[in-house]
Design a binder for this molecule. Structure first.
Ligand code: MEV
Length: 423
């Protein structure tokens, strides 16, 4: 009989009982089951309250990047990521940026956009004006939903209305602009959108469908800027090589996607360490990169009058310190403490600073030495460990594989054998 993934009542089982069902389905060994069931630094109790159908927890490396001087303050930056080289590259880039004062950042107010989709209106342009005429009433209705946010200086601040053509006729899209203060904002904004929708229907006679936050958070923009002295990089020719790498991204979306991926290596590693909604950040970043209709790099690299390299990065950054998993996950709480950030905006500024440093590290490596050297060293260590190397042997096997340019599992196994016989 074929196995079925239809398991009635699965949701109501305990973590252990669910895991038993999965183990049966997937033929997990006892060892595999035990490993998945091992309670790490996230208890099952908390995990089970965070999401549904939990059958275990999964650990990732939690590292810190050093040397970050941002707006005159030193930060140790927690990063959670599975990819080798990223943390070392960030630390190294941040170090090179220190001699010119580090990284300087700025941010808009934390404004998120909520969208209300109105359809079935014969006269969409008139409906738009009817909504705008009731702007103060709609904002008041929205703010009645969240007196706490309002008491902290946040809340709905403005309203914009667009008529959008679609395959099924024109739609009238209301944007509620909400200052979400220290929250990522999805809950507050969605609640407000749902609350004002009936009123919008009433004044226009139309029908509202979607009421949801937009992840193109282009009113919540964070900027970072840094200068790297040409001597740090290896002279003006090296600066020019990095600018050429940037120019490639600015002219070619195939390269721009990878360029921006390098930025997101840093941004998302901090997002994971602090338990942010990293999908929202990714969606916002890429939509912002394509806002002109062409997908562009999020950063710019240029040369100043001294011939030094100057990098700037501007992107949406929807992060929160309250109201989300950051306050629930015990390790995220520790990550925030290590960072020492007091507001969501400060966290956002650090994240964009890390994105800029990460981008610089990648461009420098690519333009000046090729990315593989550094990557391969760390990759070789991973392969050595997978092949069974422990202790000193890990580095010895890795070094030899890099020297031979043969970073393969079978070679690692051979080397483990050879080198352990010698030891
Ligand atoms: C790899 O994770 C990231 C890079 O590809 C970024 C880039 O090419 O700029 C190195």
């Amino acid at each position: 009989m074929s196995k079925s993934s239809r398991i009635p009542g699965f949701y109501n089982l305990s973590v252990e009982e669910r895991l038993k069902k999965v183990a049966e389905f997937a033929n997990l060994t006892e060892e595999e089951t035990k490993l998945l069931f091992k309670e790490g630094n996230l208890s099952f109790d908390i995990a089970n309250r965070m999401i549904e159908n939990v059958v275990g927890t999964m650990s990732h490396p939690f590292a810190v990047a050093l040397n970050f001087l941002i707006d005159g303050k030193d930060y140790i930056v927690p990063m959670v990521i599975e990819e080798t080289s990223v943390v070392a590259a960030a630390s190294n880039a941040a170090k090179m940026m220190r001699s010119k004062g580090g990284i300087f950042t700025s941010a808009t107010d934390p404004i998120m956009i909520g969208q209300i989709q109105l359809t079935n209106v014969k006269d969409p342009w008139s409906a738009k004006l009817k909504i705008l005429e009731q702007k103060q009433e709609i904002i008041k209705l929205a703010n009645d939903q969240d007196p706490t946010l309002v008491s902290f200086g946040g809340g709905a601040k403005d309203l914009e209305v667009r008529v959008v053509d679609s395959e099924v006729g024109p739609m009238v899209i209301t944007h509620l602009l909400v200052d979400v203060r220290d929250a990522m904002g999805a809950n507050a904004v969605n609640t407000m959108c749902e609350a004002v929708a009936p009123y919008i229907e009433k004044i226009t006679g139309g029908k509202v469908y979607l009421r949801i936050i937009s992840n193109l958070a282009d009113r919540r923009i964070v900027r970072a800027r840094a200068t790297v002295a040409k001597e740090e990089i290896g002279g003006e020719e090296a600066v020019d090589a990095i600018i050429k790498a940037y120019a490639f991204a600015a002219s070619d979306p195939y390269r721009a996607a990878t360029h921006n991926k390098g930025i997101m290596n840093g941004v998302i590693a901090v997002a994971l360490a602090t338990c942010q909604d990293h999908r929202a950040i990714e969606a916002g970043a890429h939509a912002y990169a394509a806002r002109t209709g062409r997908y562009l790099p999020l950063s710019h690299w240029e040369k100043d009058e001294n011939g030094d390299l100057v990098g700037t990065l501007e992107m949406p950054m929807a992060v929160g310190l309250v109201g989300g998993a950051t306050k629930v996950h015990p390790i995220a709480k520790i990550a925030v403490k290590i960072l020492g950030v007091k507001t969501a905006t400060e966290l956002a500024r650090v994240m964009v600073a890390v994105g800029l440093a990460q981008n610089f590290a990648a461009l420098r490596a690519l333009a000046l030495e090729g990315i593989q050297l550094g990557h391969m060293r760390l990759h070789a260590r991973n392969i050595a460990i997978q092949a069974g190397a422990t202790g000193d042997l890990i580095d010895k096997v890795a070094e030899q594989m890099v020297k031979e340019k043969k970073i393969r599992f079978d070679r690692a196994q051979e080397l483990i054998k050879e080198l352990s016989e010698k030891q």
